[in-house]
Design a protein around this ligand. Structure first.
Ligand code: SAH
Length: 350
């Protein structure tokens, strides 16, 4: 947790670290509480808003401590279900996408964890240009904070399923989880946070040892190593056996049910044999299966399975006693698959 302390911006610090930073600046430690509250609870956009700090202190902070914030470049709103896609500009000019979804049980935000991605999953638009850089904890937080400011509504659920591989940006990701769930900030329950990984085994185990209450979702997508390697290069590094063992370890340590994500691709992994193999693979685990009809990207010729096939796949899994859902397609009328809004923006600039 403490490794990167000195290079971190003020909004990425824990309250204890913020106290130390203020003392280093020659200020009283108790100011940290006020500043923390302005940044993480009241969601101040500028130091100027921090009205219980003296003008001198605000100016000092302004010149010593960059307050990370994002600019909204674009907002697309679905006419069907109100889902909004946000394109944000980071301080260095890079852009990231986030999604805001309204559900009966509250508002949910899907955030990015990296600028681009180096995992290379074949069907995914976010990885086509590789990894640009990791996001800071503050840059993950600000995707949510900006959306709360913009919508004026509370957020109760968070999914880290946007662009990037969170287990490839582990320290910043973990810090983000502590900050977003801190009761002196947004206080979002860890039980309402889901992190999705392509299966970086050592970091899944590290995460298990943190004993958090967040849900771990594994991108499974195939039932044999051979098939999985064709879709996901990471499968060359870690076998299905190792990945599933890490999932069991996570459950053993945290008691949290595992979610398996399975993107259905026509003719690739959607037959009844595939469904049976999936059942055989995960039977006996405390888990849930989330079926995702593949969202076709123009760079690849993967196609969505038809509705009936998807339904049959779901029923086969449920018949074995494992719970399954088909991910609702939110915002069908706004820029499709994850990562496409960002790519479109970048290519328009060239
Ligand atoms: N890096 C994380 C988060 C990725 S996005 C991970 O790999 O899990 C969240 C989910 O969407 C993953 O399961 C990912 O494999 C899946 N996904 C990405 N692009 C997709 C597409 N075009 N169609 C369907 N699912 C997709």
């Amino acid at each position: 947790m403490m490794e990167q302390k000195n290079s971190l911006d003020i909004k990425s610090l824990t309250l204890d670290e913020l106290q130390n930073r203020l003392v280093e600046l020659g200020e009283k430690a108790f100011r940290a509480k006020q500043i923390y509250q302005w940044m993480h609870e009241k969601l101040a956009f500028d130091y100027d808003e921090m009205s219980n700090l003296s003008k001198e202190l605000r100016e000092k902070l302004q010149s010593h401590e960059e307050l990370i914030k994002l600019n909204i470049v674009q907002v697309q709103e679905s006419a069907i279900d109100g889902t909004r896609k946000y394109l944000f500009e980071l301080p260095d000019g890079n852009v990231v996408e986030s999604v805001w979804m309204k559900y009966h049980h509250g508002n949910s935000v899907c955030i990015s964890s990296q600028v681009g991605c180096r995992m290379g999953c074949r069907f995914c638009a976010s990885t086509l240009d590789g990894l640009e850089r990791n996001l800071l904890p503050s840059e993950m937080l600000e995707q949510i904070y900006s959306i709360i400011r913009h919508t004026g509504e509370r957020v109760s659920n968070i999914v880290i399923m946007g662009t990037g591989e969170p287990m490839d940006n582990y320290d910043n990701f973990l810090r983000f989880i502590h900050l977003i769930s801190n009761d002196k900030g947004q206080n979002i329950s860890q039980r309402n946070i889901t992190v999705s990984t392509c299966g970086i085994v050592p970091n899944m185990k590290r995460l298990a040892e943190e004993k958090l209450q967040i849900t771990l979702a594994l991108s499974l997508h195939a039932t044999t190593d051979e098939k999985r390697r064709k879709l996901m290069p990471i499968a060359n590094k870690y076998s299905l056996e190792e990945v599933l063992e890490a999932c069991k370890y996570y459950f053993d340590k945290t008691g949290r049910r595992i979610t398996f994500e399975y993107s259905l691709v026509a003719g690739v992994n959607d037959t009844k044999e595939d469904a049976q193999e999936l059942v055989n693979l995960i039977k006996g685990m405390n888990c849930h299966v989330n079926l995702i009809p593949v969202n076709p990207i123009k760079e690849r010729d993967y196609k969505q399975s038809n509705k009936e096939q998807i339904q049959q796949f779901k029923v086969r899994i449920e018949k074995s006693g494992i719970s399954a859902t088909v991910r609702r397609e939110m915002g069908r009328d706004i820029d499709g698959a994850c990562g496409q809004l960002r790519r479109k923006h970048i290519s328009n600039q060239l």
